[in-house]
Design a binder for this molecule. Structure first.
Ligand SMILES: Nc1ncnc2c1ncn2[C@@H]1O[C@H](COP(=O)(O)OP(=O)(O)OP(=O)(O)O)[C@@H](O)[C@H]1O
Length: 415
């Protein structure tokens, strides 16, 4: 087993070394070191490596940096490609937009090459800088938690094998090997918060507030977050049910939960329904719970949250304008599989909506809020309702929830 940072890499990739691995290399010291460490690993374990660089088209030097990575890879005999970002609409925060675009582009690059895992060069210093920046925003347990060394999103597993390794150690490895790297001038630009934070860390060092200490804080926070996630998961299992594509919880039980658990349950329910990768902000969810206590329903992220007698319901907000067309076999609104027989009459699928409910007066006896039923799928022949999932099969059509309760519980556990 290799020692030092090489060991860190191996620890994240063994005992089952991947057959293929993507590496995102910007040309900076961290990702260049990652490239070399993974190259060593691949020599021993036979992993096929492919390298990608993203040119955001924002700095003149970016093309030279990807050319530098290309030369480096050619020297190591590794395939390298550069992908380009051209999509900035000059709206929003440039750093954020560029970062999100980068992840999207790298994920698309990997998917197109059947690469399931992509390694990134985040280090202990990145971890520490993130903790310090988030302190300024009064972050809670989630915000201060450590980055995960392995995380799946956008269909790709992102691996960060260097989170325990300092930038200094990586640079020393490169210097010993006589390998150079590119210095991104924006890393010195004090307009950026990250640069200010790096300077602040140098000032805090004599107090022992350094990358290791902040990394440890992040690690401890992750453990606290995991405990909260489990508590929320177990609570959801005992008090929440999926009914007609909505989440139903017992209000009297819900209202006695600690804030943090109540919030996680709600965020999990909303995430399961909306499919949004970003949870709503903590403050807005807590505000929403307060509103519910006052008997006020609320909408957020395309979800409606409301109380009906003793139950708290979270369901898809009915939106008459939203295009909710579908066909047989489709998954409709992420949660319903539409099953039926193609006949000679042209049918279409859309939300039940108020028109549908008018044609199904028996809905009142179901004990389910009107809003839940409005946003369930229905089969239409023009303006005539052919089938709706209120009473199981109808006219040879059926819409059954594709995602079972477990998917909702998993959403609670991951938020
Ligand atoms: N232009 C790029 N091309 C390829 N990979 C990149 C590029 N920029 C960053 N990366 C990858 O992301 C890693 C982290 O870099 P950096 O900290 O700048 O990214 P970030 O995405 O802004 O981080 P965070 O996710 O913490 O916001 C790098 O080590 C590298 O693996």
């Amino acid at each position: 087993m290799p020692q030092g940072p090489g060991n860190a890499v191996a620890r994240h990739l063994l005992p089952t070394p991947p057959r293929r691995l993507g590496i995102a290399v910007s040309g900076g010291s961290d990702s260049v070191a990652l490239l070399h460490l993974l190259y060593d690993f691949a020599q021993t374990y036979g992993t096929q490596l492919q390298v990608v660089s993203v040119d955001h088209g924002l700095r003149a030097e970016a093309a030279q940096e990807s050319a530098f990575v290309a030369t480096l890879c050619a020297g190591l005999g590794l395939p390298h490609e550069t992908v380009h970002w051209t999509g900035w609409d000059r709206q929003g925060n440039l750093q954020n937009e560029a970062r999100q675009a980068r992840y999207r582009l790298i994920a698309a690059w990997a998917r197109a090459r059947d690469i399931e895992t992509v390694a990134l060069g985040h280090t202990l210093d990145d971890q520490a800088e993130t903790v310090l920046m988030r302190l300024a925003r009064g972050a809670g347990v989630d915000g201060l938690s450590a980055m995960s060394p392995r995380r799946t999103s956008g269909g790709i597993t992102w691996l960060r094998p260097l989170l325990d390794v300092s930038r200094l150690d990586l640079r020393n490895i490169l210097k010993r090997r006589g390998v150079t790297w590119c210095d991104d001038p924006s890393n010195e630009d004090p307009h950026f918060d990250r640069v200010k934070v790096r300077q602040a860390l140098a000032v805090l060092e004599p107090l022992g507030i350094n990358a290791e200490a902040l990394g440890q804080v992040a690690f401890n926070m992750s453990r606290a977050r995991d405990a909260l996630r489990w508590q929320a998961f177990l609570t959801a299992r005992s008090m929440a049910k999926i009914e007609r594509g909505a989440v139903r919880m017992n209000w009297r039980g819900y209202v006695t939960l600690p804030d943090e658990i109540a919030r996680r349950l709600l965020v999990g329910a909303m995430g399961w329904i909306s499919g949004s990768p970003y949870p709503p902000r903590r403050k807005s969810v807590l505000g929403l719970i307060e509103a519910l206590k006052q008997g006020v329903s609320a909408t957020a992220d395309g979800c409606q949250v409301s109380r009906k007698s003793d139950a708290l319901w979270v369901y898809r907000e009915y939106d008459p304008v939203r295009d909710m067309a579908g066909s047989i076999g489709d998954i409709w609104d992420r949660r319903w599989r539409l099953i039926g027989e193609a006949g000679s009459v042209p049918l279409h699928i859309a939300a039940l909506g108020p028109e549908g409910l008018k044609q199904l007066p028996e809905w009142r006896g179901l004990g389910v809020p009107r809003g839940v039923l409005l946003s369930t799928p229905a089969v239409w022949n023009g303006t005539n309702l052919v089938a709706a999932p209120l009473a199981g099969f109808q006219n040879g059509w059926h819409a059954r929830p594709e995602f079972d309760d477990e998917a909702f519980f998993a959403a609670v556990l991951s938020h």
